[in-house]
Design a protein around this ligand. Structure first.
Ligand SMILES: C[S@@+](CC[C@H](N)C(=O)[O-])C[C@H]1O[C@@H](n2cnc3c(N)ncnc32)[C@H](O)[C@@H]1O
Length: 186
């Protein structure tokens, strides 16, 4: 693995329930996620957002979670099973430069990339993969940590999404984050 990725042990910190005090998954995601949806999450680590997403989509929905680190995926699966939502989550290990997951092309209602795009070697390729998987009109929330990513770098990264079929729909406010809601153009 040549690119910097979040160390495995940081996954425990990111999954801490205390984080909800500053970044509450329900507040952040509920406006965009409904029962029965199929949601894609890129870089879930141990599933701080994945488990609440599984609750939001309900028993008839699905969350597809894909991470480059197998240990993160195994920990996510264990936490999901313990929470009783394992059957709603398809968790896969991906390549650094490809999500794979071709069987979900055109099937995703909403995608989340939280604190992960700056770890991906080719953001343009990531946006292309997500655009391929989203339904027309489907939305992607991209959020990056202010501590690691400057505003100008975030804007530069968002600029890579336009040529891949996205336009900016909204600018949600999320504590300690730069965030944008992108919509896949029909
Ligand atoms: C900083 S953590 C954020 C975890 C989670 N989104 C959160 O906010 O709690 C970044 C995660 O993205 C994963 N990641 C890094 N590069 C990736 C890539 N190219 N494709 C998919 N996941 C990747 C890392 O393994 C790690 O689990």
């Amino acid at each position: 693995m040549t690119h910097h990725v979040c160390p495995f042990w940081v996954g425990y910190l990111l999954a801490s329930p205390l984080r909800r005090l500053i970044q509450d998954p329900d507040t952040i995601l509920r406006p965009y996620v409904a029962t029965g949806m199929t949601v894609l999450e890129i870089g879930p680590a141990m599933g701080f957002f994945t488990l609440p997403l599984a609750n939001m989509v309900g028993p008839r929905g699905k969350v597809v979670a894909v991470d480059v680190q197998e240990k993160m995926i195994r920990a996510l699966q264990a936490r999901a099973a313990k929470a009783g939502v394992g059957d709603r989550i398809t968790a896969r290990v991906c390549e650094e430069t490809s999500l794979g997951l071709n069987e979900f092309d055109g099937q995703i209602d909403f995608a989340l990339a939280f604190a992960v795009v700056h770890e991906v070697p080719e953001a343009a390729g990531l946006f292309a993969d997500i655009a391929r998987m989203l339904k027309p009109g489907g939305k992607l929330m991209a959020a990056e940590p202010k501590g690691h990513v400057s505003l100008s770098k975030f804007e530069q990264t968002l600029g890579l999404a336009g040529p891949k079929g996205f336009s900016i729909d909204a600018r949600p406010r999320i504590t300690h984050s730069h965030a944008a809601l992108l919509i896949r153009k029909p």
